[in-house]
Design a protein around this ligand. Structure first.
Ligand SMILES: [Zn+2]
Length: 44
């Protein structure tokens, strides 16, 4: 469940640990239907 949720967000901070982890596995370029990652929001 938590994995699903993480897949449905996008990251725009290079220092977001969740974003780095996801980018390492599979890059996500489509952000239109995704909401902003909570960590990235905090960093914004
Ligand atoms: Zn993030």
């Amino acid at each position: 469940m938590e994995d699903e949720r993480n897949k449905n967000v996008y990251h725009d901070h290079n220092d977001c640990s969740d974003g780095l982890r996801i980018k390492a596995g599979h890059k996500q370029q489509v952000t239109a239907n995704r909401r902003h990652c909570d960590e990235c929001v905090k960093k914004a």
